[in-house]
Design a protein around this ligand. Structure first.
Ligand code: ADP
Length: 402
């Protein structure tokens, strides 16, 4: 096998990875996609090839895969046994928070890592695990270059008002601003829009709905982010699997002052116990909720749809109109019911959904009469990371020089 680039997306209990082959020309080619899940409990490695066929499914030794570092070691062993003499050309990481400083992907070193560590309090669910994986790779493969690709970078360049957190200036100077997230997904969608939609629309006013466990909307104009629903942290905006989205900050004050909850309890409530899970009391998973009849399950789904439709209206105001709506990520790509309901609530904007195309998962799911076209485009954050890693490390040029 040829040399390859590795893409890592490290979470609290899982390490997702993709192996991309260096292309002769054109796009990086996915060779394998997999994950180690159950880190710290019952670790398991599963890998699929580019054709979606399973190539590995192994239970791992729980004593060796106690944390992210153990997971990286197990992955390194699997890569060695599978790809033998091939070289890892570079490792690209998904890093959730790049703060105000990192407006694009960055080659990692000790100084960059220190800056990223300072951002851990702003993304406590993701950032520590992202950084632990980077350190684990540095320890094992010190000569392999690593690149951090941030979920926040794509949103840099928004207007001063879109980024503003309207608190006193001395507090704002401590890094309080709206950052936005899911940037790698939006960047990927913006990159493929010209191939999928008519040229006038790709350059026009587009709202992308990234609806997964984490969910947000992004307002794109000429492929650039003007605003998005996530802000200073990944708690803002839409209702998510376990996060509430926008709530009156007075509620948070009340949790502290009225109900005397500790900061740790409040953090757990906001990041892990609210949203679809909190409303339904049943599940954070949209698939589960759509099949349940207990009253709070439909209430959670109704609230999810209500919030998305409401924020589509708000971002339409930001854009001064809307030419196209794009659905992506787990719910956006796979749930015709949720897409249908969001489109019906947005009919006032000139959206006319084509129910058959929506059910059969067409790429375009609006009728020809619809003033606003509606699309389903699968996201590919890993490919975006592979592209950035390759271009930052000059991997294509290296090959040409060989
Ligand atoms: P993340 O990457 O943030 O973990 P995903 O983009 O994988 O999230 O999305 C996960 C969400 O997508 C879950 O709520 C899951 O229930 C939902 N989902 C996946 N497939 C379907 C489906 N067929 N119908 C409804 N929801 C679905």
């Amino acid at each position: 096998m040829d040399d390859y680039a590795l893409v890592l997306n490290a979470g609290s209990s899982s390490l997702k990875f993709c192996v991309f082959m260096r292309p002769e020309k054109g796009e990086w080619r996915l060779e394998a996609r997999g994950q180690i899940e159950g880190i710290g409990t019952l670790p398991k490695l599963s890998v699929k090839g580019e054709d979606g066929q399973r190539v590995a499914d192994e239970t791992l030794d729980a004593t060796s895969v106690r944390d992210g570092s153990g997971a990286v070691e197990s992955l390194a062993q699997w890569l060695r046994s599978t790809y033998g003499g091939s070289r890892v050309l570079g490792v690209g990481h998904r890093v959730v928070h790049g703060g105000a400083h990192f407006a694009g992907p960055t080659i990692l070193n000790a100084e960059v890592l220190e800056k990223l560590e300072a951002l851990i309090p702003l993304a406590p669910l993701h950032q520590p695990y992202n950084l632990a994986a980077i350190k684990a790779v540095f320890e094992r493969l010190p000569d392999v270059p690593q690149v951090a690709c941030f979920d926040t970078s794509f949103h840099r360049g928004q207007s001063a008002v879109a980024e503003l957190v309207p608190l006193p200036r001395d507090l704002r100077k401590k890094g309080l601003q709206r950052y936005g997230f899911h940037g790698l997904s939006y960047e990927y969608i913006a990159s493929v829009l010209p191939e999928v939609v008519p040229p006038g629309i790709a350059k026009g006013r587009v709202i992308v709905a990234h609806l997964g466990s984490g969910a947000s909307l992004c307002a794109l104009k000429e492929g650039k982010s003007l605003d998005s629903t996530l802000g200073f942290t990944a708690l803002d905006g839409l209702c998510m699997g376990t996060r509430p989205g926008s709530i009156d900050p007075g509620v948070v004050l009340h949790l502290f002052q009225g109900l005397k909850l500790s900061p740790k309890d409040v953090e757990t409530i906001l990041y892990k116990k609210s949203g679809l899970l909190g409303i339904s009391g049943i599940s954070n998973d949209m698939r589960d909720l759509l099949g349940r009849s207990e009253p709070d399950a439909p209430l959670a789904v109704d609230y999810f749809v209500y919030r998305v439709a409401k924020e589509i209206g708000a971002l339409t105001a930001v854009l001064g109109g809307i030419d196209a709506l794009v659905f992506t990520a787990g719910i956006g790509e796979n749930s015709p019911e949720i897409r249908q309901r969001i489109c019906e609530k947005s009919a006032w904007l000139g959206i006319d959904v084509d129910s058959l195309a929506n059910e059969t998962r067409g790429t375009r799911i609006s009728t020809t009469r619809s003033k606003v076209s509606v699309w389903v485009i699968p996201t590919n954050e890993e490919l975006m990371i592979a592209r950035h890693t390759a271009s930052l490390l000059g991997l294509k040029r290296a090959r040409a020089a060989n």
